[in-house]
Design a protein around this ligand. Structure first.
Ligand code: A2P
Length: 330
């Protein structure tokens, strides 16, 4: 199967190619696409060199699937052109996520909604994906009323230039180009994506709105504070969950232990809890610090970590592509 990766020279694009290789996706030909300035560059896939091509050449090559990770404006412009040529687009940007005509998919939760007619499929926001894979099985059992989440997010979520800013600052380079409005090393920025009129950031509202759409339940209230920290391995989240019904802590652990794609790391006495350093490069979502919120009934606290370039982006997108292939939807 011919597969195009749009944004192949970026952080997520590189990760998509790694995940396609690791999961042995049946790629017969890889078509790497990036901006005009990268056409002619080489990328490596399965030990072979591939030349980056323009999006026009990629469309002409007629891949079955194009996995996009090249930003929202590129997606808005290019995804419809790929779709019109009969190519199924799996898009990592926020461009199509809340479009009511597009599916927003986390395979473990709602891939069953996909049909052959879905030509542009949206991959959710990274912070949202790792949260909903943990929330969904608990919602099914106890019904979630409200979620309060605070995130601790990796600079890799901003892209290559942000990782360069962090390491340049760490090396003492004061003149290095800045992606963030403030230093990121030795700092914490309560600011991810742009600020909106309601005082929240767009990232915070993505967590609120995308959670409802993926889990198919508008009654779940979600309030978020999203924060950038100087780490690279993954995003961490402190999540407070209020249920409609009573829960049992051992049962919560058992449910999460059985959930596909979730690994429970919860042995605080032995200092075992999820961290970006240990989640880095992994496809699973890690959950720990599972404990009762003693301040009110039916409420739970837990801590979720995942590699935002993996389950938060590349892995989830490749899993969508796998589902399309396995169910003959492309
Ligand atoms: P390029 O390297 O040519 O700029 P990151 O988020 O890590 O910075 O990566 C963004 C990715 O999106 C890169 O591969 C970048 O290519 C790609 N990209 C940006 N603009 C376009 C565009 N107009 N068409 C195709 N790819 C694009």
């Amino acid at each position: 199967m011919k597969i195009a990766v749009v944004g192949a020279t970026g952080l997520v694009g590189g990760e998509i190619m790694k995940v396609l290789e690791e999961r042995n996706f049946p790629v017969t030909e890889l078509i790497p696409v990036a901006s005009e300035r990268s056409v002619g560059k080489q990328v490596t896939f399965k030990g072979k060199q591939y030349t980056v091509v323009s999006y026009e050449d990629a469309i002409a090559a007629k891949p079955a699937i194009a996995i996009f990770s090249a930003g929202g404006s590129t997606s808005l412009k290019l995804a419809p052109q790929f779709a019109e040529a009969g190519i199924t687009v799996v898009d990592n940007s926020s461009a199509w996520r809340m479009d009511p005509t597009k599916k927003l998919v986390v395979p473990e939760i709602n891939a069953g909604e996909l049909t052959k007619d879905d030509k542009i499929i949206a991959n959710p926001n990274c912070s949202t994906i790792q949260m909903v894979v943990v929330l969904n099985p608990l919602h099914k059992k106890y019904k979630i009323r409200r979620v309060v989440v605070s995130t601790y997010q990796s600079v890799t979520g901003t892209g290559k230039a942000a990782v360069d800013q962090l390491f340049a600052e760490r090396a003492g380079d004061k003149e290095a180009p800045k992606v963030y409005p403030h230093p990121i090393d030795l700092n914490v920025l309560p600011h991810i994506d742009v600020f909106l009129d309601n005082g929240y950031t767009k990232e915070e509202m993505k967590m609120t709105n995308e959670t409802k759409k993926i889990m198919g339940d508008d009654s779940i209230a979600v309030t978020a504070t999203t924060v950038r920290i100087p780490t690279i391995g993954g995003h961490s989240e402190a999540v407070n969950i209020e249920f409609e019904n009573e829960y049992d802590l051992d049962e919560v652990r058992a449910i999460l232990n059985e959930t596909e794609g979730v690994v429970v790391q919860d042995d605080p006495k032995n200092f075992l809890y999820p961290m970006p350093l240990t989640a880095h490069g992994k496809d699973e979502t890690f959950v720990g610090r599972i404990r009762r919120d003693e301040s009110q009934p039916n409420t739970l606290n837990l801590w979720i970590v995942a590699d935002n370039l993996r389950k938060g982006a590349a892995t989830n997108a490749v899993q969508i592509a796998e589902y399309l292939v396995q169910h003959a939807l492309v």
